[in-house]
Design a protein around this ligand. Sequence first.
Ligand code: HEC
Length: 151
Amino acid sequence: MPLSGLRVWSVIVAGIIMGACSSLSGNSSVSQQETIPLGQVVYLKNCASCHGPNGEGQNPAAPLSKDATGRFLAPPHDSTGHTWHHDDDLLIQIVREGGMGSPSDFYPMPAFGDKLSDEDITAVIAYIQTLWTEEQRTRQRQATEAVSAQK
Ligand code: HEC
């Protein structure tokens, strides 16, 4: 009897510790709640002209198809797009340094490293994450954790 009481207690303590850890790591992730409104402002000002005001991409009728010149237009960032497949570090790098696609296949994505602060870039990514489904957010977070665990 005292033993099982102890076991129950240790489960509760472990639960409290795990809860504290997950809320700590939540705070340090790109998805910080308070950065999302800033991210939306940054997005509408700098990104919406190409990626669409709702993240629908430059060619919402066929967002992932090449145009007559054989190139991809700005892709969607919403749940129909591919952006959620990239971990946070890669997304930050693309926004800072510009697109990585070959110029013969993609229209250019400008670099924003000189124009946006690190805080703006983190915030705009946090905002884009709100355009995904819960499952996409979970999978992207796992990709981000897997990449940072390799470092
Ligand atoms: C002048 C048009 C233009 C603007 C403005 C623009 N982009 Fe892009 N963006 C593109 C194009 C075109 C691509 C695809 C080219 C590539 O990846 O090389 C792209 C690709 C991306 C990707 C990779 C997407 C993926 O699914 O792989 C991200 C992330 C991105 N843009 C974020 C942003 C953010 C954030 C902003 C605003 C700060 C922004 N872009 C502003 C044109 C633009």
